[in-house]
Design a protein around this ligand. Structure first.
Ligand SMILES: NC(=O)c1ccc[n+]([C@@H]2O[C@H](COP(=O)([O-])OP(=O)(O)OC[C@H]3O[C@@H](n4cnc5c(N)ncnc54)[C@H](OP(=O)(O)O)[C@@H]3O)[C@@H](O)[C@H]2O)c1
Length: 317
């Protein structure tokens, strides 16, 4: 199952594999095995620091003829330190080289936050801070400049589709005012504790496809001590009740809750069994009541907020 992207009609698989925190030493094998297990979409980013290894996994599968390039949907993202127009294409090319690919199916602006340029020869990925991990240095690059450079990636054939991530309604409205090529996909944190109904409704209206990240809510943030002590969604009664009704796991229910509304998901797992389980989440339908009960868990709990790093980055305020 896939979402047809508005401008190109390209089919973006509804379930893909997320690469954030996929361990570098096992990343190539994980990606290769994920392709063998049936995954076709990989959600990477410069910031994840594993593009070279992910690319190795992809290339091994291509070489062995398990898939053709046209069957894969590879997403990557532009990091915050590369928002100036002179850096966007350079970075897309560098990231393509790391993957060993000619084009991305989708390239996203990772955050609507511009940070001071860091030369990749000095430090890559540069993350949020300076070399001492002390200070965040903002840079005055407006989104209009970055978006214009993103459009040039499409012109140059480096990205088939371009999009945004971590953006809210008012910024999206602004981008639409000047976009020659509209964003095709918005990637946002979305799970039953952060259902984002108004943003989802707005995106439907303007034909902007949505990919949910952190579909399991706090699970991904426990290892980072960023889970805000929120109770696990994977162990939540409402979710496990729906799961036992369908003989599925809570993880599969959380993914189906999103995909049943045409919201794509990109679950991450370092475990082969869970990885396979997550892909197998489209073969059942949650009842309207289950959908409603799960959505009622909403408490606007946002786990991934750059304002926690520096209050000047309060993009969700
Ligand atoms: N655009 C952005 O700013 C942004 C931000 C965050 C994430 N993302 C993207 O979204 C992807 C997914 O989000 P995420 O990595 O934050 O979290 P996630 O996929 O919601 O959750 C991953 C966590 O759940 C565990 N898990 C995975 N499958 C499971 C299952 N079937 N049962 C029980 N536990 C399971 C994983 O552990 P194991 O690995 O041990 O299985 C890991 O701890 C990322 O990898 C990344 O590609 C994008």
């Amino acid at each position: 199952m896939a979402v047809a992207l508005a401008r190109t009609g390209h089919k973006m698989p509804l379930v893909g594999f997320g690469l954030w925190k996929v361990d570098k030493p096992t990343c190539a094998d994980t990606v290769y095995n994920a392709i063998k297990a049936g995954y076709r979409l990989f959600d990477g980013a410069g910031d994840y620091g594993n593009e070279k290894e992910a690319g190795e996994g992809v290339r091994r599968a291509l070489k062995e003829g398990i898939v053709e390039r046209k069957d894969l949907f590879i997403t990557s993202k532009l990091w915050n330190t590369f928002h100036a127009k002179e850096h966007v294409k350079k970075m897309a090319r560098m990231q393509l080289d790391l993957w060993g690919l000619d084009y991305f199916d989708l390239f996203l602006v990772h955050f609507p936050i511009a940070l001071k340029y860091v030369d990749p020869a000095e430090r890559y990925p540069p993350e949020w801070w300076d070399a001492e991990k002390k200070f965040v240095t903002l840079q005055d690059t407006p989104m209009q400049e970055t978006w214009g450079a993103m459009e040039e990636l499409v012109d140059a054939g480096l990205a088939k589709n371009i999009g945004i991530s971590n953006c809210q309604g008012s910024l999206i409205c602004d981008i639409l005012r000047y976009a020659r090529i509209k964003p095709q996909v918005l990637q946002i944190e979305l799970h039953p504790y952060l259902t984002q109904e108004p943003l989802v409704a707005f995106c439907k209206t303007i034909g902007l496809a949505i990919t949910a990240y952190s579909s399991f809510g706090p699970a991904s943030y426990v290892e980072l001590n960023m889970d805000r002590a929120a109770p696990s969604l994977l162990a939540h009664d409402v979710v496990s009740t729906a799961a036992s009704k369908h003989n599925k796991t809570p993880a599969q229910v959380l993914l189906r809750w999103a995909t049943q509304r045409d919201i794509a998901v990109v679950p991450k797992s370092n475990d082969a069994k869970r990885l396979a389980q997550n892909l197998d989440c489209l073969s059942f339908e949650l009842s309207e009541e289950d959908m409603k009960n799960i959505s009622l868990l909403n408490c606007n709990l946002r786990l991934n907020d750059p304002a926690d790093i520096d209050p000047r980055m309060a993009i969700f305020a």
